[in-house]
Every structure is written in structure tokens, then in C-alpha cells.
Design a protein around this ligand. Structure first.
Ligand SMILES: Cc1ncc(COP(=O)(O)O)c(C=O)c1O
Length: 370
């Protein structure tokens, strides 16, 4: 059995660790080299090499694209410079007059981008509740061109039934494109394309890179047709990821499964601890993943000031634990009215649980509560 055949028949976690390992034809480097070159030499005018210019295609970015497409069980992937760039790329599939349905409680800056583009006439937009028992029917009845799902939602961790929404929407309107922001769970815990969605996208800044040292994004499509269209727009707008960022992200991606399993175990231990706390007014944990939030009975500033391990910061999904105050940080751009509708209260705190020892994380929270 040759090396490639061995990889193809292995488990997804093995394929992820093995992505592009040993593929270097020039020197047989075990870890694939980083190609920083912006351009590639042609042998003659008749030569049309696969790699010509790095905005169009780059070997290091392609290694990451291949690993992500395999992981999400899609046809292909496009890697972008941020999660917002990934969303901007997906939105290129819409034209003026098309209706986009998005969740009313999505990531604040995604909300702001979609609202601003709709305001300029790029598409029509409606924010809807995607979590009620009749949501799938209500969304399907709109006959939209695209449905964007974010599940669990940021920051109140509501779970949308991706499979039911997709099935119901596509039964009534097969042309509708269902897109899922899979940033919060990652393909280690949820694979939207296997639940019927057409596109999954990520802020790879979060769990996929996993070390809080790269800002990046990715879009993975189920079909070649969608990938071809997105590839055209990625190339035309230059919505691409840098080779170095791609190299770093593939490096982080190899440990996704062990990182997320440990972080999820820690999150579950913290949820148990928070359930017994008098200072916790409401607790939001979807039962899966390493993200949770809670409403604090007490002074939010005093609480966050007292923490020593949980750092007060915007992002999530790194090896280190973070705490965030969505109303004044990640969701400030939504505006007070939309925040209230989405349930982002002033006393809501969001935790991104890392891979430290659970006892230390609980002790840190416990000290802050007291
Ligand atoms: C769920 C979700 N989607 C998209 C984004 C945007 O990603 P980026 O910050 O990499 O542009 C974020 C950022 O926090 C997010 O939390």
C-alpha cells in the first residue's frame, strides 16, 4: 500500500494529522515547506503551470484547503484572511433582489456587515428566529436565495436544527443555498455539510488554528459548482489567506481533536460548578463544545477584574481560557435594540474554555465569585 492510499483509508483524525505530511517532492521534508513566493517561473510561453501567481493559487494555502475540505467532507475549500472575509466571500453568491435569511442573534460584526450591505442594495435581508419548533417552516416559507445559520449562536448558545431547516427549506425551494457558520463547534464536533448544508464557513482564528496567533477564515463547499463560483470571487477580489497564516493554521489544525476534547471536558466541569453558584442568574451551555455564557448576579467589572487565569479578551477557541463581556465587546456593533432582542444582556459573560487543568479554572472563577 503506498503512502497516499494508506492516508485515504485512515480515520478522519489520522488524515488530519497526516495532511500533506511527506508530500515534499523536492527534498522529502516530512513537514510540508512554506511557499512564500508570490510568483512562479514558466518554462516558456506555452507553459501554463498550476501555480503561476499566489493570489490565484499557492501550494501552502492549498495544503490547508485540502485538509479543511477533507475535514468538513466537502468538495473544496477557499481560505481567506479572516472569518469576516469568508462571510464576505459567501455573500458574493447573492445578487440585488435575492433574499438572505440570517439569525437575529448572530456574531455582532456579521450582523453589521450583512445589514450594511443590504442597506446599499446588495441583497434583501431578514433576521429571523432559527431556534423555535416552527422555525424551519417559517424560514422555508420565505423562499429565500440563501439561509445563513450560526449554531450554536454567539453568545447565547442557542442551537438551530441544521438538518431540519435544510430539509424543509430545500423541499420547498431546492435552489436555496444553506450556509452554516461552524466556528463555535468546528468540524470535530459538527459537520454541517453532512447535515444537508451547501456551505460551511469558519473564522479559523478560533478553534481551527486554535492558538490565538493567526486571524483567518475558510469557506468549504459541498459541490464543485459552488466552489468554482467562490474560487472566481476569491481570486477576483483577492479574498485569500496569506501563505504564512495558512502554514500556521495547518500546524494548529493537526491537534484540533485533542484540543477540543480537553476544552470540552473542562467546559463541562465548569458548567457543573456554575450550576451550584448563587451568583449565576442564568447559564447557557449547549451540551457540546467549549463555549458557554452566564448572567452574573453582581458587578461584572469587579468579577472580571478579579480573574487571574481567564483573560478578558475578544476572541475564542485558543488553548488559553478567555472571558468576554459581549454587550461592550463582541456585540457592541449590533446596537442596543438588536442586542436586547438577541438576549445579550448587560450582565452576560461569555467563556471560551481552554485546555488548562479544570481545577485551576474553577478555582479562578470561584475566587472571583467570592
Ligand atoms: C461565530 C463567528 N463568526 C465569524 C467571526 C469573524 O471572524 P474573524 O474575527 O476571524 O474575522 C467571528 C469572530 O469572532 C465569530 O465569533
Amino acid at each position: 500500500m503506498n503512502q497516499d492510499m494508506k492516508k485515504e483509508t485512515s480515520a478522519p483524525a489520522t488524515r488530519l494529522v497526516q495532511a500533506a505530511i511527506g508530500d515534499d517532492a523536492a527534498h522529502k521534508a516530512v513537514i510540508p515547506p512554506l511557499y512564500l513566493s508570490s510568483t512562479y517561473k514558466m518554462e516558456s510561453l506555452e507553459d501554463h503551470p498550476h501555480y503561476s501567481y499566489s493570489r490565484v493559487r499557492n501550494p501552502t494555502r492549498d495544503h490547508l484547503c485540502d485538509a479543511l475540505a477533507d475535514l468538513e467532507e466537502g468538495y473544496g475549500a477557499a481560505v481567506t484572511s479572516s472569518g469576516m472575509a469568508a462571510l464576505a466571500l459567501v455573500l458574493q453568491l447573492l445578487k440585488p433582489g435575492d433574499l438572505l435569511i440570517a439569525p437575529y442573534d448572530c456574531y455582532g460584526r456579521a450582523y453589521r456587515l450583512m445589514a450594511a450591505l443590504a442597506e446599499k442594495g446588495h441583497f434583501k435581508l431578514e433576521f429571523m428566529d432559527q431556534y423555535a419548533s416552527d422555525s424551519a417552516q417559517m424560514i422555508a416559507a420565505k423562499k429565500s436565495r440563501m439561509v445563513l445559520i450560526e449554531s450554536p449562536s454567539n453568545p447565547v448558545m442557542r442551537l438551530a436544527d441544521i438538518e431540519s431547516i435544510t430539509r424543509t427549506v430545500k423541499t420547498q425551494n431546492p435552489e436555496c443555498i444553506v450556509v452554516c457558520d461552524n466556528t463555535f463547534l468546528s468540524p470535530a464536533l459538527q459537520k454541517p455539510l453532512t447535515l444537508g448544508a451547501d456551505i460551511a464557513f469558519h473564522s479559523t482564528t478560533k478553534f481551527l488554528n486554535g492558538h490565538s496567533d493567526v486571524v483567518g477564515g475558510a469557506v468549504i463547499t459541498k459541490t464543485k459548482e459552488l466552489w468554482d463560483e467562490l474560487d472566481f470571487w476569491a481570486n477576483s477580489f483577492g479574498l485569500i489567506g496569506a501563505p504564512f497564516d495558512s502554514y500556521m493554521t495547518l500546524r494548529g489544525l493537526r491537534t484540533l481533536n485533542i484540543r477540543i476534547n480537553k476544552a470540552q471536558d473542562n467546559a463541562r466541569a465548569i458548567v457543573e460548578f456554575l450550576r451550584g453558584q448563587d451568583h449565576v442568574e442564568a447559564l447557557y451551555y449547549p451540551g457540546i463544545g467549549a463555549m458557554l455564557s452566564f448572567e452574573l448576579k453582581g458587578d461584572v467589572k469587579a468579577f472580571t477584574d478579579r480573574l487571574e487565569i481567564f483573560a478578558l479578551a475578544q476572541s475564542l477557541g485558543g488553548t488559553e481560557s478567555l472571558i468576554c463581556h459581549p454587550a461592550s465587546m463582541t456585540h457592541v456593533a449590533m446596537g442596543a435594540e438588536a442586542r436586547e432582542k438577541a438576549g445579550v444582556k448587560e450582565n452576560l459573560l461569555r467563556l471560551s474554555v481552554g485546555i488548562e487543568e479544570a481545577e485551576d479554572l474553577i478555582a479562578d472563577l470561584s475566587t472571583a465569585f467570592s
